[in-house]
Design a protein around this ligand. Structure first.
Ligand code: XIL
Length: 315
């Protein structure tokens, strides 16, 4: 084969993408590109709490099963996303009136149930998603932080490890690609966890980028996390462009995609490079950033863009 997944094999870096249920239901081009190009598939929404347990005790594994089965049928690993987040909570959790003790029990049960169900079938979990506040170098004052205090992070990692000792456990965040106040805060959290013997295996750098993102210190930043003895993963790469985007902007976008892959290839502990969707047809970007889009490797009709061509050349 000649997809990214085959070209990348020699480097040892797994090339991944997020995949969505609606997209996977599309027969033909989407599934063909997904299986030919990628070693690793991340559940874009299929394993979030609001999807797996929309009403208390009423689990729905339909879309998570579809994703895991697709990956297994195509020799791909699964990155499970995500167990502890302030977002994508079902209403019964977000708007419930639970005591801290009850919330702790709910979180433990959630992690045990989801990780236990996919034991041995999910290679890596984004256990903790977006724990750092955007400013101030503090933990984000999420439902979990507010009710349980900073110990929720170590607790969640320990529960996940008990449920599947073989899975690699990650903390994942955005805006932490370069050395800055937010990545400093993440670094201090992770260093503390390692010091305390908490089972954390890796740090995920989401990498939702714009052309203006300054990546001068990307390499040094990845290296300092790797030097803590951790795996490094690029977990949600995309490069949004202001619409309508020009050919020159697509060339600049290709430069950022390759810049980040180069940084990953240069750090021995960087194990995977995952894009947050591979086609503009299903990208989250136009919804999250109105006026922006064209963020992916393939356009909305699955034509490869300069970013795809340049990644191929690098691999
Ligand atoms: C996004 C999905 O892509 C959307 O489809 C969904 O509506 C909202 O969540 N950081 C994360 C991801 O960790 O879970 C988010 O995914 C994008 C930002």
């Amino acid at each position: 084969g000649s997809g990214l997944r085959h070209r990348g094999r020699a480097s040892g870096v797994k090339i991944g993408t997020a995949a969505q249920p609606a997209a996977m239901a599309e027969n033909g081009a989407y599934q063909a590109v997904l299986s030919q190009e990628f070693d690793s598939v991340t559940s874009e929404s299929q394993m979030k709490w609001d999807i797996v347990e929309p009403a208390r005790g009423a689990y729905d594994w339909t879309s998570s099963e579809a994703l895991v089965r697709f990956a297994e049928a195509n020799g791909q690993i699964v990155r499970g996303h995500t167990l502890v987040w302030h977002d994508a909570l079902p209403g019964w959790v977000a708007n419930g009136t639970f005591s801290p003790e009850q919330l702790r029990d709910l979180l433990r049960e959630h992690i045990q149930t989801v990780v236990g169900r996919y034991k041995g079938r999910v290679a890596a979990w984004d256990v903790i998603n977006e724990p750092i506040a955007d400013t101030g170098g503090k933990l984000r004052p999420s439902l979990w932080m507010t009710a349980l205090g900073p110990g929720y992070i170590a607790d969640a990692l320990r529960w996940a490890h008990e449920a599947d000792p073989g899975a690699k456990l990650y903390i994942n965040d955005y805006g932490v690609e370069a050395v800055n106040a937010k990545s400093d805060a993440l670094y201090n959290v992770v260093r503390g966890l390692r010091r305390d013997g908490v089972p954390v295996d890796g740090v995920g750098f989401q990498s939702h980028l714009a052309l203006s993102t300054n990546l001068t210190t990307l390499d040094a930043n990845l290296r300092r996390f790797a030097d803590l003895g951790l795996d490094i993963a690029i977990t949600e790469m995309d490069v949004r462009l202001p619409l309508p985007a020009t050919p020159a902007q697509h060339v600049a976008q290709a430069g950022l995609y390759t810049r980040v892959l180069q940084a990953c290839l240069a750090v021995a502990r960087c194990v995977s490079y995952t894009v947050w969707g591979f086609t503009d047809r299903y990208s989250w970007v136009p919804y999250a950033y109105p006026g922006w889009g064209d963020a992916c490797l393939f356009d909305a009709t699955y034509q490869p863009k300069p970013a795809y061509q340049q990644l191929r050349q690098l691999l």
